[in-house]
Design a protein around this ligand. Sequence first.
Ligand code: GLY
Length: 328
Amino acid sequence: MSNPNGFVPCIASTWSFSARGNAAAWPALAAGGDPLDAVLEACRVAEEDPAVDSVGFGGLPDAAGRVTLDGCVMRSPAECGSACGLRRHLHPARVARLVMERTPHVMLVGEAADEFADLHGEPSRELVSDAAREAWERWRAAPPTLDAAAAQARDRALRPVDSGDPGAGALFGSHARNETRWHDHDTIGSLAVGADGQLAGACSTSGMPWKVPGRVGDSPIIGHGLYVEPGVGAATATGTGELIMGVCGAFLAVEEMRRGATPLEAARTVVERIGRSYRIEPHHQTAFVVVGPDGTVGAAALRTGFLVAVRTPAGERLEPPGFTLRAD
Ligand code: GLY
């Protein structure tokens, strides 16, 4: 389904739960639609799915029991937007697009971002699902452990691991019901290439479960969770935001592509940089998905257990990253 210019439409999104969003976005993208519409559609599906416990409704709350949602969108350095800390609006990436298209700014935060969304017709709603509230209540009731070895073993078992079942949704809830999983979190990052080779990306997350109220991770920060450079490439991140933000992960990946790296080489470079820059703990995971204007997709992860969902004219696939830094 390439066009006379040789571009092949493609959408690639983090984690297997994104396969359903890719599928929803695909018909319009394949028909020549805007890649930004496609990535927002992929985010919408995850945001509305209560089984996905790291994005949208169903996302796990902060330490105070409140769900706050972050998201961003990007077409180019001159066209990007972000919304952080939304407490009443389910679609942070969509609000981020409104910021991009209807203001001279890039990022809005907190209650003012919710008010901005109200003004622009986004429906206001409850974000905390019953399951998320119950999980928070269990976490709040759980006594902290002082046994470092036990905590390490527990954390290793609790980092997000993709079952490969697109219908499963939960990456945390699939583990034992141990509410120490505040360490573990992830994100939908979605990248698309249009039939004209135009690139776009979006991220959406509820952030780290049980986070300190006010904490914002990489996902809504341009250059950290998402970066798009027309004609060069697009990159998105998932996992522990604190590991991504110190290396400007998505920006670094796209810069590597500007220097001639393939998407896989670019993703690998960032993961290796993270491996050198931080003391990696058992609960840490982070992964990068990188797409070139020709629709080539590459992914790399710090650890095993990550999958990327890809949809092209050849069909849909769920694949492990081409490079994984650590086997543990
Ligand atoms: N990667 C999502 C976050 O750290 O909030």
